[in-house]
Write a protein that binds this ligand. Structure first.
Ligand SMILES: Nc1ncnc2c1ncn2[C@@H]1O[C@H](COP(=O)(O)OP(=O)(O)OP(=O)(O)O)[C@@H](O)[C@H]1O
Length: 344
């Protein structure tokens, strides 16, 4: 496998990892092995209770494995001091876990403080990170968590996890508690961020659509964290390994594939066919983005614009359907534009 993107991430290797909780007759995770390449964004998808979170939490040793080995860039995680280890692994959870009595700036500065950074360096980093997650520092740094919306709090959670520039990020349903529109916004923002950061990320989700939208590779898990398929979203959607994976994808495989197909794969209509107006679709968007915008606006066609905002054509539901009917090869969409994507 080739990782083309600029990466600052680390390789994670789990080998034969098993976790049996105290007094439990059955293992929560059994003999789990996986190699994650530097800079990969790996999605763990599976039903409630299948062991996703347990598997992930063993990487930063919030949960200790019963047996097996885990290494990050060749270093045995189980031989490191757990507190030291956790300072080098960013961790974002659904409940966010911001400290209510601390300001946003203080929340983001928690790890730099633990690492003994100077005040000046910490302040500079906090401002940089808040700007990165699109929260204007002058407006938000001094506020308290309860003075922010759920989506804004979640961004602070991401900024805090990134503070010490960790090579590895673990994300447990980070956008799960947000409404669908905020969630899509946070996902898009997060993809843009990852494009430049290139962290190695393990991301747990219930939501198969989220996995398709975000993941470089998806691990579809069943009970005891058994890996039913570990492959790119495109390969899983087009060739599910077994009935379990197929049932997980559900009936909407064709619609889900739209996320992976750029708008430019459609035969665009003439510019004049759309009503014009402020809502446009970019050549960097996916057909799924285009479909969402069409549904949202209720318009029969929308204008497609290039990166300089110049109209290049129009897109309609019929033209999107035609692409699915034509079984075009799935090409990487804009989120892979900084690199050439990756083969499985
Ligand atoms: N502390 C614990 N003690 C005993 N059993 C546990 C403990 N934590 C989790 N389990 C069990 O281990 C199994 C895996 O749980 P885990 O939280 O890893 O699943 P999950 O796939 O992340 O679920 P969800 O999507 O609901 O969060 C479940 O059967 C759960 O009941």
């Amino acid at each position: 496998m080739q990782i083309a993107r600029n990466t600052s991430g680390a390789r994670i290797v789990l080998d034969g990892v098993t976790k049996t909780y105290h007094n439990q007759p059955i293992a929560a995770v059994e003999n789990f092995s996986m190699t994650v390449e530097p800079g990969e964004l790996i999605m763990f998808v599976g039903p409630s209770g299948c062991g996703k979170t347990t598997t992930m939490k063993m990487i930063n040793r919030i949960i200790e494995p019963t047996s097996g080995s885990i290494s990050i860039d060749g270093r045995d995680v189980l031989s490191l001091d757990p507190n030291e280890l956790r300072r080098h692994i960013g961790y974002v959870i659904q409940q966010i876990g911001l400290f209510p009595h601390m300001t946003i700036a203080e929340n983001v500065a928690v790890v730099p403080r633990l690492l003994g950074w100077s005040k000046a360096k910490t302040t500079e980093r906090v401002e940089e990170l808040l700007a990165t997650v699109e929260l204007e520092p002058s407006e938000f740094a001094g506020r308290y968590p309860k003075q922010l919306s759920g989506g804004q709090q979640q961004r602070v959670g991401v900024a805090r996890a990134l503070a010490a520039d960790p090579p590895v990020m673990l994300m447990d349903e980070p956008f799960g508690a947000t409404d669908p529109i905020t969630r899509e916004k946070l996902q898009a923002e997060f993809l843009r961020l990852q494009e430049s950061l290139g962290k190695t990320i393990i991301f747990v989700t219930h939501d198969f659509d989220e996995a398709v939208r975000l993941g470089d590779r998806i691990a579809v898990l069943s009970n005891r964290s058994q890996i039913e398929q570990f492959d790119t979203p495109a390969n899983i959607l087009t060739s599910p390994a077994n009935d379990y994976v197929a049932s997980f994808i559900g009936h909407g495989a064709a619609i889900k594939r739209l996320v992976l197909i750029p708008v430019t794969e459609a035969k665009l209509g003439p510019v004049g066919q759309s009503a014009g107006g402020p809502i446009t679709v970019s050549v960097d968007d996916s057909l799924r983005d285009a479909l969402d915008s069409l549904v949202l606006t209720g318009l029969p066609a929308l204008t497609v614009v290039d990166r300089s905002e110049r109209p290049v054509g129009s897109i309609s539901v019929d033209r999107i359907s035609a692409v699915l009917g034509a079984e075009v090869p799935i090409a990487p969409v804009a989120r892979r534009s900084a690199g050439t994507g990756q083969g499985a």
